[in-house]
Ligand binder design. Structure first.
Ligand SMILES: C[S@@+](CC[C@H](N)C(=O)[O-])C[C@H]1O[C@@H](n2cnc3c(N)ncnc32)[C@H](O)[C@@H]1O
Length: 274
């Protein structure tokens, strides 16, 4: 991925920021809470939330570290930062702050954080190992890193993914293979994290049923997060046809109550700075 696509990614998330994680689908918040449980935050800790988005991790982390601790969220999307800063200003907490910054080369002092968190971020970086090295350097000795990444795709939803494939140009093919190479297996990813200097790296994978009231709700929701990238690759005059094709793929998956359920696999990785 080039520097341009890093910026393009930030602009994509700018366009999702208004409704990101705010459409009543239980998604980023659930995974954030489990990440915080696994990294075992304690009161008083200084935390960095890399790729903070709208604060799914940042707000509960600030609550857990309490007034004696702090959380700094960084993100390359100006809209995400602006809106999350406004939320902090409006409702607190006083120990949370955000800053516009590239996750791969954060301009922060070495050895200043007890914990670094990166929920669904590392796979967006052009050089994930470089990002991991940066986060390692920012941790105090004995500090911890907690990450989430996506696991295997739900095979029942393969037809939906196929609908978008014809619109993905060769230079964007990596977006379809986001779980390839470094992220293909848990063991391979753990070794990559070790290669960035971390010790005691462990990952676990869990699968969650994510419920959408009906296929239309999935479509609306998919525009509000990273999946929007695929919708935006579809030319305007093909949007209706693609929408109909997605609905047709999801129709057979409907439950008796009309809902559709996505089996979302999430990996939690915890690592340490020795
Ligand atoms: C899938 S969202 C996750 C947001 C949040 N961590 C959560 O769990 O809801 C990915 C976030 O990473 C940010 N991001 C992507 N590339 C980035 C980069 N190079 N530097 C900083 N943030 C980046 C996006 O703007 C977006 O807010």
């Amino acid at each position: 991925m080039s520097a341009y696509t890093r910026q393009a990614m930030a602009l994509l998330f700018d366009r999702t920021a208004e409704t990101y994680d705010a459409l009543g689908v239980d998604f980023f918040g659930t995974f954030a809470r489990e990440l915080l449980d696994r990294v075992a935050l304690v009161p008083g800790e200084r935390v960095l939330d890399v790729g903070c988005g709208r604060g799914a991790v940042l707000f509960p982390a600030a609550e857990r570290v309490g007034a004696g601790g702090s959380v700094l969220g960084i993100d390359l999307s100006a809209e995400m930062i602006e809106r999350t800063a406004k939320d902090i200003e409006d409702r607190g907490p006083a120990n949370a702050s955000v800053s516009l910054m590239d996750a791969q080369e954060p301009t922060l002092d070495d050895a200043t954080f007890d914990v670094a968190l990166a929920s669904f971020v590392v796979f967006f970086l052009p050089e994930p190992i470089e990002g991991l090295r940066s986060w390692h350097r920012l941790l105090k000795p004995g500090g911890r890193l907690g990450m989430t990444t996506f696991g295997d795709d739900d095979p029942r939803w393969a037809g939906v993914r196929e609908v978008f494939k014809p619109f993905v140009s060769p230079e964007l093919a990596w977006t379809l293979a986001i779980r390839a190479s470094l992220f293909a297996t848990i063991d391979g990813f753990d070794r990559a994290v070790e290669s960035a200097g971390f010790t005691g790296v462990t990952s676990v994978e869990r699968v969650y049923p994510v419920k959408f009231a009906d296929p239309g709700q999935w479509i609306t929701w998919s525009w509000s997060q990273g999946q929007r990238m695929f919708w935006e690759l579809v030319p305007e005059d093909r949007q209706d046809a693609v929408r109909r094709a997605v609905l047709a793929e999801l129709e057979p998956l409907r439950e008796p109550d009309g809902s559709v359920v996505l089996a979302q696999s999430v990996r939690y990785t915890i690592a340490h700075r020795g």
